[in-house]
Design a protein around this ligand. Structure first.
Ligand SMILES: [Mn+2]
Length: 258
């Protein structure tokens, strides 16, 4: 049996909807995690910006953490990392202290045995400055490539070149904070990405079977996202075959809301 994973990102619990009203940030986070609550998922990958503010209201942090805790209670291992909205560290909360919740609060990797397969999730918290200069060192500090497992996932909250945003499709190219796709080691099996709020799948120039996937935010956070479908990704991972993955659109994330 392959590993069944669920990849989501940028849930921004506690944000205000750009169209007015409270939006459905928590509702969509919970909707995205419904397959995990049903026991259909072995591994949840949250690619950053769980909550909107770096110092969230305790209630917002508790709501976001509780949604992940429920997934863990239902049997999924949950790996998450802090995004830029969390100033690269998530405030400590007891709700994240669960044996199946794993926070990449520094460059590290989490190794899990799921469905009889050893999987390693490598990642590091959002790097604000000079990502190009630090990328290789962060990967090495996380244990890459020494600590590879049978299946390897890269979890990041960063911008890759070729990523597109906004209604006009602005495309990121160069810049000190944009990683060239070719720099992602080709022997990863799946890159679970956050930070870019538009869902998209980028191709690796040398590794056609390595999808570089932005799950996209689970609710619109700015006017620039008003035409974008929001949702989450589910898929399968197993040694020796390319991952399967499917984007599911979440209902109830209309623009404007409220
Ligand atoms: Mn975000």
């Amino acid at each position: 049996m392959p590993i069944r994973f669920l990849h989501l990102a940028d849930s921004h619990v506690g944000a205000r909807h750009p169209g007015g009203g409270a939006g459905s940030y928590l509702a969509n986070l919970r909707a995205a995690l419904a397959p995990a609550r049903r026991g259909e998922v072995d591994l949840v990958l949250h690619a950053g910006d769980l909550v909107h503010r770096s110092r969230p209201l305790p209630r917002r942090l508790a709501e976001g953490a509780a949604a992940l805790l429920e997934a863990a209670e239902c049997g999924a291992d949950v790996v998450l990392l802090p995004g830029n909205h969390e100033r690269s560290l998530l405030p400590a909360t007891l709700l994240l202290a669960h044996r199946r919740i794993h926070l990449l609060d520094r460059p590290r990797r989490v190794v899990l045995r799921l469905s009889g397969i050893d999987v390693a999730v490598f990642g590091f918290p959002f790097v604000r400055q000079d990502l190009r200069g630090r990328f290789e060192g962060c990967l090495a500090a996380a244990g890459w490539p020494r600590d590879r497992a049978a299946v390897n996932v890269l979890l990041l909250h960063q911008t890759l070149d070729g990523a597109r945003v906004g209604p006009s499709g602005h495309t990121f190219r160069g810049g000190p904070d944009v990683i060239p796709r070719a720099w992602i080691p080709a022997s990863f099996d799946y890159a679970a990405l956050g930070h870019i709020h538009r869902h998209q799948i980028l191709r690796h120039p040398e590794a056609p079977d390595l999808p570089l996937v932005y799950a996209g935010s689970t609710e619109r956070t700015s006017r620039a996202e008003r035409f974008e479908a929001k949702g989450f990704v589910t898929g399968t991972l197993e040694p020796g075959s390319p991952p399967g993955y499917l984007f599911t659109v979440l209902p109830g994330a209309a623009y404007p809301s409220g």
